[in-house]
Design a protein around this ligand. Sequence first.
Ligand code: PAF
Length: 288
Amino acid sequence: MRIVRLPAAMQRIALQWKRSGCPIGFVPTMGFLHEGHLSLVRAARRRVGPAGAVVVSIYVNPTQFAPTEDLSRYPRDWKEDLRLCRREGVDVVFAPTDAAMYAGRDAGDYSTYVAEEQLTRGLEGAARPTHFRGVTTIVAKLFNVVLPDVAVFGAKDWQQAAVVRRMVADLNFPLKVVVAPTHREPDGLAMSSRNVYLSAEERAQAVVLWRALQQARAEVKATGKSLRADALRARLTALIGTQPAARIDYVEFFDPDTMVPVDRVSRGTQLAMAVFIGKTRLIDNGKV
Ligand code: PAF
């Protein structure tokens, strides 16, 4: 497994692979890898086959964090990340520095951003107004450096995956975006690097996001027709509110294609939630 630090070096390797007809699978991450990430790596490997190349990027991207967010606290474990990537048969870990990705950013020399303007309006985009511009910018840069044929994203960051898909279509990136299912702990909590921030008590309460998703599914299944979104939201809010450490940022029902909020919830409507458990902001989502 090679570890590559410089974008130009990564591009050279990717171009060599391309010239020899070797398909490239790519999993962008911010490190602190867990089973959820590894399931994306396996999905990438399945897509490109044993003769293909799998690249994992490990880069905590500063432009997707607001000044008030947890950039400096973001968990990191470089040695363990490398061990896991080796174990999964990753070909290259691309781990650039800030200076390499945003040359002279602190000196104000970096000035080109990619912004999606429709799907980013609600949910995470509304709660974290500068977030998606940072995501689309870094993902576009990573695509230009790694030159993947297929890039794998997790469904837990559902809006992110939709936004990246739209960016790929709008900007004609020659690659396929694959969205792999959310990986969950045995009790249903969606795997996330941020789960490490939870105390034991908070960890027990965090499962309420999964319970809310299940309750929404059960209610829609039980009625067999559509339910009023505001009434269902109120019931999920009450459920989440039973956990003393929980504070809701949003609970939204929306159309999975347009991301436009809906008034009525039926099978196939997407539910997305952002809930603080103590100081840790967790997100989860799924089709009802
Ligand atoms: O989902 C993430 O970990 C990040 O948003 C990504 C896609 C690696 C971009 O920094």
